[in-house]
Design a protein around this ligand. Structure first.
Ligand code: APR
Length: 271
């Protein structure tokens, strides 16, 4: 026993090999679940768009490291000083505008196309799922493609507002992108549909979320209670990993999703 232990420690390349073999085996297991389940769902967070060039919120270098979210991301902060909040929003809009879907977004689009993914529930506001081929997307935290006036309620498309920062309504007030700030309600339809789907899904693919923000972070628990298999993809363990996750695929979303979809396609060919 002791010899075998020392042998492994002295040959790190063998450790790497066994880890990657395990990961491949886990990817295979995840692919089997996706092929066998009645209804698969995905829940995504900012981590899925990191490989598209959009930093996440809570990792090192994330948005909340540079901006205090209590100061910049609550609805009361926006109402009090929208010009200040637009300093951050303008930076975000610029990054989002240049981003393109990566293999993780495209992989989810592909799974939907193959009839193996019912809906993507996303906390992201970047529209990359739709651009990556997903047609059924629930935007839990809204979308940045439209903006509204909190005072007179007029809504505008991004193409209508030009380059002015901050953009203003014809009534003179500063416009707010239709994304959900802290303290705002989740769009009721997104909330209800997500809950209904999670309560009846066979598996849930959770990709790139730290699961620190409610109520989105309750969705995996709802699915688990309904008997769903929970497959999690993240570069590091999260609050979900040791509580509800059945299969943890550690790595970058784009790389893992590309392998997972390949494996699903292999299984489908064998059937
Ligand atoms: N691949 C997979 N996961 C990744 C990658 C990657 N390339 N890069 C980062 N991650 C993981 C991080 O390890 C982290 O667990 O993505 C997660 C991102 O977590 P957050 O930054 O907290 O983002 P998210 O969970 O989407 O935040 C939820 O909080 O600030 C609000 O409204 C905002 O929708 C957002 C919500």
């Amino acid at each position: 026993m002791l010899d075998a232990y020392q042998f492994v420690i002295q040959h790190p390349e063998m450790i790497r090999e066994s880890i990657s073999t395990n990961l491949q085996g886990e990817i295979r297991r995840a692919a089997e679940i996706l092929c066998q389940s009645q209804m698969n769902l995905a829940l995504t967070g900012a981590g899925i768009s990191v490989e598209s060039g959009i930093p996440d919120f809570r990792s090192a270098g994330g948005l909340w490291e540079r901006y205090d979210f209590m100061e910049y991301a609550t609805i009361s902060a926006f109402r009090a000083n929208p010009e200040k909040i637009w300093q951050m929003l303008a930076e975000m809009e610029d990054v989002v505008r240049r981003a393109k879907p990566n293999p993780a977004h495209k992989g989810l689009g592909r799974l939907e196309h193959m009839g193996l993914l019912h809906t993507v529930i996303t906390q992201n506001i970047d529209n990359l799922h739709q651009e990556g081929g997903s047609t059924r997307v629930i935007e839990y935290h809204g979308n940045s493609k439209t903006l509204s006036c909190l005072w007179c309620k007029r809504q505008y498309g991004l193409d209508e507002i030009g380059d002015q920062v901050p953009p203003r309504c014809t009534c003179g007030k500063v416009l707010k992108p239709d994304v959900i700030f802290f303290g705002e309600a989740i769009p009721p339809r997104a909330l209800d549909e997500s809950y209904d789907l999670a309560s009846s899904c066979g598996s849930l693919l959770v990709i790139g979320t730290s699961a620190q923000v409610a109520p989105a972070n309750t969705i995996p628990g709802v699915a688990k209670k309904a008997g769903a298999g929970i497959i999690e993809i993240n570069v590091e363990p999260t609050l979900l990993t040791s509580s509800v996750t059945d299969i943890f695929l550690q790595g970058r979303a784009g790389e893992i999703m590309a392998k997972l979809v390949d494996e699903v396609e292999n299984l489908m060919r064998q059937e």
